[in-house]
Write a protein that binds this ligand. Sequence first.
Ligand SMILES: [Fe+2]
Length: 451
Amino acid sequence: MTPYTGGFAPVTDEITAFDLEVTGRVPAELNGRYLRNGPNPLSLDDPSAGHLFLGEGMVHGVRLRDGRAEWYRNRWVRSARVAERLGEPARPGPVHGGMDFAANTHVIGLAGRTFATVEAGALPYELSYELDTVGACDFGGGLPGGFAAHTHLDPVSGELHALAYFFGWDHHQHIVINPEGSVTGIRDIPIADAPMLHDFALTERYVVIYDLPVTFSMAHAEKGVQLPYAWNDAHGARIGLMSRESGDVRWVEVDPCWVFHTLNAYDDGDEVVVDVVRYPKRFVDARLDLGGLPTLDRWTIDPVSGKVRQTRLDDRPQEFPRMDERRTGRPYRYGYTSAARDLHDVLYAPDSELEDLPDQAFDNTLIKHDLVRGTQEWRRFGRGAYVGEPVFVASGEAEDDGYLLAFVNDEARGAADLVILSAQDFTGEPVATVHLPARVPLGFHGSWIAD
Ligand SMILES: [Fe+2]
């Protein structure tokens, strides 16, 4: 059965619309683009429509300028296959390991350029300002292999860090790209069993590597499983603290679990604090939906003793953690997550006991976490108003002085809004609601890319 139903149902058209209707006022300081990537199969009859992680990437974007919502565009990422299906010539560019894929997981700005990214061996695709596909990119030959979906930018050095993995490798690969877009560091970290690695963390001292028991499974590959990564009890679970200076890795054991996403991490004296959305298990028998509900948890790691303290920050199922990225790798107070009903149904259906619960128990909600006070504010949008990842855009100096941007489905209109919230007035009226001309399916990750 296809997971592309409900909020994940794909759209079939590429749209360009100008001068969008706005309720409220778009802050004049927001000059740039809010972009978000996600899987949008060309056809539900395609094999790529069989797995939530394999649909062809489509980037949705809204350009804001001088208090106006200047345009909305949505564009498929033109891998060779997508270009062919759309009757277009293939874009030029390198391919790693035969993995040409319409990057569907994230979209980032780097050195004045725009990149759609994905993991597991494929290269990023560069997009134009207007979201047309330029071509696959290996940063001028700087990447030895593929890239990563998730990257972390050091807000002080301006360096972009990534960790790449590939089923054919006996290592993960740490990549550093400078603010000019050149690869300046490559380090291979030996890792057994070719585990999946979706995200990692960065502190001032360390690159934090999650070596968790979801590994490439030849048995599932031979059975024709499209994404042959499976929970593997034999692999164990550990966290690697790789010194950014020396490259030495200190491994510490943790209880077996799975992590897609980091909220943030930082050095606290000699200890290292790592905040993640953590699952008890995932990819059991290579199935995305098996393995229990996620919680927002904190690991406090003592690299000297090798001891790890695990505490729970929030036991409510949630995903897509984001924060003020001026604080990446540094002590911080606020985090933002999403609890999207349709994501829940796709990711955790067999475990879900939420079917009969009232709206207020679980619908489509953004959560603001105050990690100092240990409190949360919940902003509910209601059933049918599926809401994705909230992206924080800084305004003033204070950590939560800024805006949160997210696409929210307007069920009545059958179309999406770009909702702009004040982070300091999280449950108040939106600062602005930009009315888009079409649905935006639930997707994965996005960025605010200032002009
Ligand atoms: Fe992700």
